[in-house]
Design a protein around this ligand. Structure first.
Ligand code: AMP
Ligand code: GLY
Length: 423
C-alpha cells in the first residue's frame, strides 16, 4: 500500500512512524514532511495548503490511502478533494472541520445541543464588543473566530487587556480575516485535559488522555506556545471523569454534528477543562494534537492504519482499539527565543539508537546534515511503566540530543506527577 501523510511537523512524524509498523505499507510520502521525517518517509516539497498539488500528486502516484493531519488543509477541503478522486482518507470533510475552523460555529453548536462549555457572546462589531466589555466579568477570554496558528486566544486578566485584545483582533486584524468575528467568553478554571477520539460518526473510541504544557517557561510561565511537552495518560482524567465526558460531551458532540448534516470522521480532539462544575469544552480540534500525538500514538498497541481505515469505512464498532497500560512523556526541544524570534541552521545530532523515540518538527536536510529550521525543533518521547520513569527517560533522551541554541522546559510532567501523588 502507498500511503500519503499531509503535513510536516512532529505530529506527522509520529503518524508516519506508527503507520510504518503496518506490514502492508510499501511506501509513505509526506507532503511536505521535513528533514527529519525524511528518515522515515519520502518527503515531497508540496505545501500542506496546496490542495490542488496534493490531489494531483496523490492521483499521479496511485496513493491508496491519505491521512490529512493539519487543521488548514482539513478546513480548506483537502479530504473532499482527495475523495472526489476516489482516494480514501483519514480526516473530516470541510463541512465537519468547521468545528475547529470557526469558534462561533462550535460555540453555537454546544449551546444548541446542551454540551457544557464556557458562557459566551459573539461579536462582529468592534464597538459593540468594547461596550460589552465595560461591564463584563473579568478575567475574560477573547477568541478570534477563525484559525490563527493557535494564537487566537487571549486570556485577559484586566478590562484594559480585554479591550486591547479586541482592538488588535478586530481593528488591527492581527489574525487577518479570522478576526472578523470574535467570541468573548467566561474565564474557567481547573485542570486541563486533552482527549483525542477516533470517530467514524457512529462510534467514539477515545484515545489515552494527555496533558499539554503550553507556556514557554518552567512552572507555566512565559508566552503561550504550540506546546512544549506532553504526558499521557493525564492523572486528572479519572475513570469517572471519562465516563461523564463520554456521556455529556463526546457522544453528544458526534450526534450534534450528524444532526447538523456534518458527520465527523477522523480524529476529534476535545480540549477540556475540569471545572468545579464538571468538565467543560474549551476547544474542539478537527485533528490530532501536536504534541499530544507524540505521547498518545506510542501507547497505541493496535495497528494505526487498520484503525484509520475502519474510521474511513465507518466500521469502528467492529474493531478493538487497544492501548498499552503505560505512561509516556514527550519533551519538546525548541530553538532559544521561541515562540518569538529565534535562529535557524544549527546542526542536530541524534544518536541512531534513539531515533525511534524522536519526532522531528522543524528541521531540514542540507548536504546530508540535519539542521534546525523551526521554533519547535523536535520532541523526544519515552514510555515506561510509571509516569516518573517516563519523565526521567524522556529527559535522558534529551541529554543525548544536541543542537545549537537548544531550549526545553525542565518540568514537563511535574504537575501530573504531583496530581498523581495527591490522587
Ligand atoms: P486554545 O488556543 O483554544 O487551545 O486556548 C489556549 C489556552 O487558553 C487553553 O489551553 C486554555 O488554557 C486557555 N483558555 C481557553 N479558553 C479558556 C477559558 N474559557 N477559560 C480559561 N482558560 C481558557
Ligand atoms: N497541542 C494543542 C493543539 O494541537 O492544538
Amino acid at each position: 500500500m502507498k500511503v500519503l501523510v499531509v503535513g510536516g511537523g512532529g505530529r506527522e512524524h509520529a503518524i508516519v512512524k506508527k503507520i510504518k509498523e503496518n506490514k502492508s505499507v510499501t511506501e509513505i510520502y509526506a507532503l511536505p514532511g521535513n528533514g527529519g521525517i525524511a528518515g522515515d518517509a519520502v518527503c515531497v516539497d508540496i505545501g500542506a495548503k496546496d490542495i490542488d498539488a496534493i490531489v494531483n500528486f496523490a492521483a499521479e502516484n496511485n496513493i491508496d490511502y491519505a491521512v490529512v493531519a493539519p487543521d488548514d488543509p482539513l478546513v480548506l477541503g483537502c479530504v473532499d478533494a482527495l475523495e472526489a478522486k476516489g482516494i480514501p482518507c483519514f480526516g473530516p470533510r470541510a463541512n465537519a472541520a468547521i468545528i475547529e475552523g470557526s469558534k462561533v460555529f462550535s460555540k453555537n453548536l454546544m449551546k444548541k445541543y446542551g454540551i457544557p462549555t464556557a458562557e459566551y457572546e459573539v461579536f462582529d462589531d468592534c464597538q459593540k464588543a468594547l461596550e460589552y466589555l465595560e461591564t463584563a466579568p473579568i478575567p475574560t477570554v477573547v477568541k478570534a473566530d477563525g484559525l490563527a496558528l493557535g494564537k487566537g486566544v487571549i486570556i485577559a486578566m484586566t478590562r484594559d487587556e480585554a479591550m486591547d485584545a479586541v482592538r488588535s483582533i478586530m481593528e488591527d486584524k492581527q489574525f487577518g480575516k479570522s478576526g472578523d468575528r470574535i467570541v468573548i467568553e467566561e474565564f474557567l478554571t481547573g485542570p486541563e485535559v486533552s482527549v483525542l477520539c477516533f470517530t467514524d460518526s457512529k462510534t467514539v473510541a477515545p484515545m489515552v488522555s494527555s496533558m499539554d504544557h503550553k507556556r514557554a517557561g518552567d512552572n507555566d510561565t512565559g508566552l503561550n506556545t504550540g506546546g512544549m511537552g506532553t504526558v499521557a495518560p493525564n492523572p486528572y482524567y479519572t475513570e469517572s471523569v471519562a465516563a461523564e465526558c463520554m456521556e455529556k460531551i463526546f457522544l453528544p458532540t458526534v450526534a450534534a454534528m450528524n444532526a447538523e448534516g456534518r458527520p465527523f470522521k477522523g480524529c476529534l480532539y476535545f480540549g477540556l477543562m475540569l471545572t468545579p462544575n464538571g468538565p467543560k469544552v474549551i476547544e474542539y480540534n478537527c485533528r490530532f494534537g501536536d504534541p499530544e500525538t507524540q505521547v498518545v500514538l506510542p501507547l497505541l498497541s493496535s495497528d494505526l492504519l487498520t484503525v484509520m481505515q475502519a474510521v474511513t469505512e465507518e466500521r469502528l464498532a467492529e474493531i478493538n482499539v487497544e492501548w498499552k497500560k503505560e505512561n509516556a512523556c514527550c519533551v519538546i526541544m525548541a530553538s532559544k527565543g521561541y515562540p518569538q524570534a529565534y535562529e535557524k541552521g544549527y546542526e542536530i545530532t541524534i544518536p541512531d539508537a534513539i531515533w525511534n523515540n524522536v519526532y522531528v518538527a522543524g528541521a531540514n536536510l542540507k548536504d546530508g546534515k540535519l539542521l534546525t529550521n523551526g521554533g519547535r525543533v523536535l520532541g523526544a518521547t519515552a514510555t515506561a511503566a510509571s509516569l516518573s520513569e517516563a519523565v526521567d527517560e524522556a529527559y535522558k533522551l534529551v541529554k543525548q540530543i544536541d543542537f545549537g541554541n537548544a531550549y526545553y522546559r525542565n518540568d514537563i510532567g511535574k504537575k501530573a506527577l504531583m496530581a498523581s501523588m495527591e490522587g
